[in-house]
Design a protein around this ligand. Sequence first.
Ligand code: FES
Length: 292
Amino acid sequence: MIQKASDKVGAVLVVGGGVGGMQASLDLAESGYKVYLVEKAPSIGGVMAQLDKTFPTNDCAMCTLAPRMVDCGRHPDIEKLIYSEIESIEGEVGNFKVSIRKKARSVDPDKCTGCGECVAHCLVRNIVYMDRPGREPVQMEESMRVKVDDILDSYRGGPEIIVPILHDVNEEFNWLPPEALLRIAEVKEIPIEHILRIASFYNAFSLTPKGKHVIRVCTGTACYVKGAQRILDTFARELSVDVGGVTEDGQFSLETVNCVGCCGQSPVITVDEDIYGYVNQTMAQDLLGKYT
Ligand code: FES
């Protein structure tokens, strides 16, 4: 069948809202095309948004990314379909039909002001906090109550001292148990939403249990090109745990981190507060023995 010019649709679909996708969208939009930019994450920006510097020029990643994000966000001919995925593509060159599934975001994007209140009140994520009836006293083990109360007694003040309190509780239990957070809210008379907002903002705090030792494999650019993925795979295999998980015996958590500032010794890993550079697979296995 011969394709007629009139059958062509003057729009372009760009898949992926990373720096490449954004630049392609801008170039196409400036050339007069209507652009649909599909991104599966809740925001455009991609991996580059998580980087500090770019390799090998050491340019500031955000300085490269931010202007494109703003231009893309404002361009009237770029329709951003974020938090969306392609389900099917039909057709032929010049006339494709694409089905896109928009994931539920549970807020009205037209009314969203970016205040963050919905995160603190998320029923899915915070069900453990929202479930408790009324204002009943927090139920917790006596030993935990004593430890939490000791920490609370050592701080005077209200919401302004919440970060050091959370820090101490996190250090004591290796995570922030829901009962402990509720107890802090009860004693200090701080809304639990306020505490959750802070607890979920800082990477140093964990809302899920962690292993006794936390292994973090740096997957920043310098470490990645020096084989960080192999090191990560070695730990995952040896510990039989996925990234983000905890071993069955509770001994280790396995996580990734984006640069710990020792790029000259890549690939780098950290175990708790200890930093190890020039790590290879044999060394990774040996380290597990050291912390077992
Ligand atoms: S990329 Fe900098 S320490 Fe790994």
